[in-house]
Design a protein around this ligand. Structure first.
Ligand code: SF4
Ligand code: SF4
Length: 344
């Protein structure tokens, strides 16, 4: 059983589902223009006040590409005065001037996504020539501006052979930390899955072979780092849906903060309450004791098993013979939309 929280300590915000890139694996299926249904700047500011008044201390702001929305800087400067802010970006809109503005706004940390260690791999994913150099430049500018900057990569078949180069690249650009993230079957990644997904053995081989340069920390989201973190997690989509975690956005809908106060979704959604209890009957006992893993990631478990209490197939101990290179048909059907709390 996890600690009982009256409010989440931190929240993820998808500020917009628009972007200047066209990534083949975009989880948000971003468009060039912000959608009409997105929360306005005034709505986000009001929500920020609400979160701060209710004890939320950290906002992790992503997209889409947050900097692609013209009012983002105003929002993040407002938010940074009230809580710790982390911004996840593709970096292509961060020049030297923007890096300084983010620093002046009080942004605490920036995470920049790369899709590989070379322009060829990165731009195969982003489908925008020149985007690799711009993202690399952004990392240099952010580091130079004095912002703690991490570099992220989602592990795929295309970039797996380049992970050692990716670590050297990130280190050379001045990052102190990298994150190697598992691939999730969301958005545009679903139809591309057979082409990009590695088997679990292949993923584990990459993780085991990591040899980061001295001074570079590596975060990675596999066993034994595959915590079930639903117990403290909160996330709101660009159009205001409370979904618990961005990796759950296609599976759940706890209510829209335009119509119900966010904490009502936290307390009153049976599914939200259930996921926060992190009660997975067949979770590995060792992990539950030592790492509070409690069955691993609920989004991956639900994606592959269709059950909230299933074990996470990305964990070698709990995989149960699931070939994670093969997506369930259910996920590929266009009609599969998010569940509301009735799905609990
Ligand atoms: S940079 Fe991010 S938000 Fe933009 S298209 Fe790529 S994955 Fe989507
Ligand atoms: S869905 Fe996975 S990543 Fe998201 S909060 Fe739950 S366990 Fe953590």
């Amino acid at each position: 059983m996890q600690p009982y929280l009256n409010t989440p300590p931190k929240i993820t915000i998808s500020y917009t589902e628009s972007c200047n890139l066209d990534c083949r694996i975009c989880y948000s299926v971003c468009a060039r223009q912000p959608k009409q249904s997105e929360l306005s700047l005034a709505e986000w500011i009001s929500f920020c006040d609400y979160l701060a008044a209710n004890g939320v201390i950290q906002a992790y702001i992503e997209g889409g590409e947050p900097l692609h929305r013209s009012d983002f800087l105003e929002f993040v400067a407002y938010a940074a005065k009230r809580m710790m802010t982390i911004v996840r970006t593709n970096g292509t809109l961060v020049d030297r001037h923007m890096a300084r503005r983010l620093k002046a706004a009080g942004v605490g940390r920036v995470l920049v996504d790369l899709m590989g260690a070379t322009a060829a791999t990165h731009e195969w994913f982003t489908r925008v020539p020149g985007s690799f150099a711009r993202s690399c430049d952004a990392i240099r500018h952010l580091v130079h501006a004095g912002i703690r900057t991490d570099v992220l990569v989602i592990l795929t078949r295309q970039n797996a052979p380049e992970i050692a180069d990716f670590l050297r690249l990130a280190h050379g650009l001045g990052a102190r930390r990298v994150g190697i993230l598992r691939l999730y079957p969301l958005g545009r990644a679903k139809p591309l899955w057979p082409e990009i997904a590695l088997s679990l053995d292949e993923q584990m081989a990459v993780i085991r072979a990591l040899e980061p340069p001295a001074g570079l920390d590596v975060m990675q989201s596999w066993h034994p780092h595959d915590h079930n973190c639903c117990w403290q997690s909160a996330a709101v989509t660009a159009d205001g849906r409370s979904v618990g975690c961005m990796y759950l956005r296609e599976y759940v809908d706890h209510g829209n903060i335009r119509h119900v106060p966010f904490l009502d979704t936290w307390f009153n959604s049976p599914l939200y309450r259930r996921l926060r209890q992190a009660d997975v009957p067949h979770a590995c006992g060792g992990c539950a004791r030592s790492q509070r893993s409690n069955g691993g990631c609920r989004a991956s478990a639900y994606a592959f098993h269709g059950r909230w209490d299933a074990p996470d197939p990305f964990c070698p101990t709990m995989n149960q013979g699931v070939d994670i290179r093969v997506l369930p048909e259910r996920l590929l059907r266009e009609s599969s939309g998010p569940e509301d709390s009735a799905g609990a």
